[in-house]
Design a protein around this ligand. Structure first.
Ligand code: ZN
Ligand code: FE
Length: 255
């Protein structure tokens, strides 16, 4: 297993991730919500950051960028579209770009919706996608800047990744997300079983992130907006996928 993913809880409910290549000894940090817990993990493992990937401009994802730039002189990479409101970038990227990390490909995806300019990073060799506040565990980010159509297009791109892909998302919101999901599909057996797993994990203080894309396809009401049974459940049999998604997002905002 040359590439290892490490999940680091930060702040009250954020996650940062390390992607470590044991052949080269190099490490990528995805988002920098808070310096302390990430520094502790790096020191415990004797690792330094080579590349810092930023998913989007919100404070709870970029607050500690300068700590790691100063500590490890890492290359900071973020969205070209957001260069004006991100910490200074060494490399500005967009949808379709590929970043080389020690011989491993990191594919840049535009997953706008929560913000316009939100990126996800897909790493085929790690079978992992870093999705932050786009696709989340049993949920998705709020539409602060983008439209329902935009977020639906973003979620659809992520949904097309291999089902075994690890979904490394930005927050521990899973229990509340699953509670909402049960209002849409109360009889979905995969969801019922996931709710039990979430309760067990949270009782043990264990993160529910990352999940897998297959689990999201089976239980996440936002990804499932295209399914006839979900459209029927919200009384929108004839609606477009994006419109059904938009209605589920509105219901979650009011939940
Ligand atoms: Zn955010
Ligand atoms: Fe966030």
């Amino acid at each position: 297993m040359p590439l290892e993913v490490v999940t680091i809880p930060c702040r009250s409910d954020n996650y940062a991730f390390l992607l470590h290549d044991s052949d080269s000894g190099n490490t990528v940090l995805i988002d920098a919500p808070e310096a302390g817990p990430i520094l502790a993990e790096l020191e415990a493992r004797g690792w330094a950051i080579s590349v810092l990937l930023i998913t989007h401009h919100h404070d709870d994802h970029v607050e500690a960028v300068e700590t790691f730039r100063a500590r490890d002189n890492c290359i900071v990479i973020g969205a070209k579209a957001d260069a004006h409101r991100l910490p200074p970038l060494d490399s500005a990227v967009e949808e379709g770009d590929t970043i080389d990390f020690s011989g491993h490909k990191i594919e840049v995806m535009d997953v706008s919706g929560h913000t316009v300019g939100h990126l996800a990073f897909y790493v085929p060799d790690a079978q992992a996608a870093f999705t932050a506040d786009s696709l989340m565990a049993c949920g998705c980010g709020r539409l602060f800047e983008g439209t329902a159509e935009m977020m639906w297009a973003s979620l659809s791109k992520l949904a097309a990744l291999p089902p075994e892909t690890l979904i490394c998302s930005g927050h521990e919101y899973t229990a509340a997300n699953a509670k909402f999901a049960a209002t849409i599909e109360p009889d979905n057996p995969a969801l019922i079983s996931r709710i039990g797993d979430i309760e067990t994990a949270r009782a043990a203080g264990t993160p529910t992130v990352p999940s897998t894309l297959q689990l999201e396809l089976d239980t996440n009401p936002f990804l499932r907006a295209r399914l006839p049974q979900v459209k029927t459940a919200i009384g929108m049999q004839e609606a477009s996928d994006a419109a059904a998604f938009g209605e589920i997002r509105r219901r979650k905002d009011a939940f």
